[in-house]
Design a protein around this ligand. Structure first.
Ligand SMILES: Nc1nc2c(ncn2[C@@H]2O[C@H](COP(=O)(O)OP(=O)(O)O)[C@@H](O)[C@H]2O)c(=O)[nH]1
Ligand SMILES: [Mg+2]
Length: 218
């Protein structure tokens, strides 16, 4: 059964908790990766493929899931043999550094990568430093190619952009050049084009290269 932490927000002290998380992650030799994106962007699907690729490379990973309610995503990671823990915000649109620390301490991973699947939202998560070492947004092609122009704080905040559902690019008329132009006005973050359709997977190895590189640097 999934372990659940219920978030009780402590206002105004997020930066202190984020700093404390950074120290703890460094001591534990853990790379924490904050995965953000809209509901249904493909965060869980992408993360499963990525954790599978990291496992093949001998890198241990675990997942902290942030959702308003339910343990659906956590259960699906546990069923695949990963360490995973649920944070339920019971209505809040983001998770904060304090609750991430509670989840992290209970997850019990050292010498590895801990992914945070943040609450599906393109606004609030960009306001809460979690103490993470890498910030990724998953942007799915069906959401449209104009999102960097509209969600400026989020697209300014991230270190890398994972374009998901690229198998649907043509069907939905996604213009990568237009998307990238909007992103470049804010940020020089690399863009990874990916899709996951059952066993047919593309672009995940390149994202795993980035994670592996960052992990080796800590
Ligand atoms: N065609 C296609 N569908 C995808 C892809 N990745 C995810 N999906 C589908 O998109 C839906 C939402 O995916 P999910 O991973 O749950 O998104 P999350 O809410 O961001 O975690 C599911 O029906 C997935 O099967 C992809 O690369 N291509
Ligand atoms: Mg999900």
């Amino acid at each position: 059964m999934a372990d659940i932490v219920i978030m009780k927000e402590i206002h105004g002290r997020n930066e202190e908790y984020a700093e404390s998380n950074r120290r703890k992650l460094s001591e534990d030799h853990v790379l924490m990766v904050n995965i953000m994106g809209a509901p249904g962007a493909g965060k869980t699907t992408f993360l499963k493929a990525l954790c599978g690729e990291l496992k093949k490379r001998g890198i241990i990973s675990g997942v902290i899931e942030g959702d308003l309610y339910s343990t659906i995503d956590t259960d699906s990671f546990i069923n695949e043999g990963y360490r995973s823990l649920q944070i339920n915000t019971e209505g809040e649109c983001h998770i904060d550094a304090n609750v991430v620390r509670q989840g992290y301490d209970r997850l019990g991973i050292t010498d590895g990568v801990v992914f945070i699947e943040n609450v599906g939202n393109l606004i609030c998560p960009a306001e809460f430093d979690l103490g993470e070492g890498l910030r990724i947004i998953t942007a799915s092609t069906p959401e449209g190619d104009d999102k960097p122009y509209k969600y400026v704080p989020m697209y300014s905040y991230v270190d890398a952009v994972v374009l998901t559902k690229c198998d649907l690019k043509e069907a939905v008329g996604f213009d990568t050049e237009y998307f990238t132009k909007g992103l470049r006005a804010l940020n020089d973050a690399p863009v990874y084009e990916t899709y996951v359709k059952g066993d047919n997977v593309s672009g995940i190895g390149e994202v795993a290269d980035l994670i592996e590189k960052k992990y080796k640097e800590i």
